[in-house]
Design a protein. Structure first.
Length: 307
């Protein structure tokens, strides 16, 4: 088989039923034939909807397939699980037509790669695509740069892969970044940014996509909502929880340490004296990296659950 469309045309009735149960949007409206069904399954909108409904183990497995190819042994290593579990996850993704059967084995669909973006699981581009030469011994190079530079490297590996290059190269962080550039562990993409090659990121992460391999224990793929008594999937559960629009102050929470570099920390990061009712809606002032919303500019009926 040479395409997702050909894969779908060769599926049995049972496999087609399973596909439509996992991705019910493919049947609304009813496709005229299997070619139309395959075309709909490969659209960005349908693929993004399917990925959005994956639970964490299946999403991580899909990212692992993009990073390492559809190789169950490699996927198992990236997930920190056994090969049998990785095989079950990959089989589920194939049933959902997020992978397709080619003459040389399973492949990730092109639309999946497009939806996941250029940095699956937060990993950067490969050294080859960056035209960068890695150190001969990456672990040894990491150990040689010093504690401060290694701390910066870990931050980029888990929160990058691109980071701003400090303008002050003589400061502690500036010296750490420059030492990483000199060691060949990060690549200066321009005068203001550095990026971490995928190979270095995986070494820093100890070969795992996630910090905790326990997250690979998941349920069988259902994309991932249970059905109601009517047999229909319930409406998607929002990742935002409703809050009363009549409340005198919006619920907010800063990202950890977001105000560490601010001249004056925000009200969420530092205690403030009691305020009168008339001042409760004071504007939130914080550093640019803060995730807390401005309570006075909150117009929607939703606020993020759990920060």
């Amino acid at each position: 088989m040479r395409s997702l469309a050909e894969d779908i045309r060769h599926r049995t009735d049972e496999e087609l039923v399973a596909l439509l149960e996992l991705r019910p949007d493919l049947a609304r409206p009813q496709p005229s034939d299997l070619t139309a069904l395959a075309a709909r399954a490969s659209t960005r909108a349908s693929t993004a909807r399917a990925i959005d409904h994956l639970d964490l183990p299946h999403l991580t497995a899909l990212q692992a397939c993009v990073v390492a190819g559809v190789d169950t042994a490699a996927v198992a290593d990236l997930l920190g699980t056994d090969e049998a579990r990785a095989t079950a996850l990959v089989d589920d993704l194939s049933r959902a037509a997020l992978l397709w059967e080619s003459a040389t084995g399973r492949q990730v669909t092109g639309t999946v790669v497009e939806v996941l973006g250029p940095h699956p699981a937060g990993l950067g581009a490969t050294a080859a695509s960056l035209a960068h030469t890695l150190p001969d011994d990456v672990p040894a190079a990491i150990e040689s740069v010093g504690a401060e530079a290694e701390h910066v490297l870990h931050r980029i590996a888990w929160h990058g892969p691109t980071a701003a290059r400090p303008s002050d190269t003589t400061g502690r962080t500036g010296r750490a970044v420059e030492s990483l550039v000199d060691a060949g562990l990060v690549v200066a993409v321009d005068e203001e940014h550095v990026t971490l090659p995928r190979e270095v990121g995986l070494v820093v992460r100890r070969g795992r996509l996630l910090d905790s391999p326990s997250t690979t224990r998941g349920h069988r793929l259902r994309l991932v909502r249970s059905r109601t008594s009517t047999g229909r999937p319930p409406p998607p559960r929002p990742s935002w929880s409703p809050s009363s629009t009549s409340s005198s102050t919006a619920s907010r929470r800063c990202a950890p340490g977001c105000c560490a570099a601010a001249a004056s920390p925000c009200a969420t990061c530092a205690p403030s004296p009691p305020r009168s009712t008339s001042t409760r809606r004071a504007r939130h002032s914080c550093s640019s990296s803060c995730s807390a919303p401005d309570s006075s500019s909150t117009t929607g009926p939703w606020s993020r659950r759990g920060g």
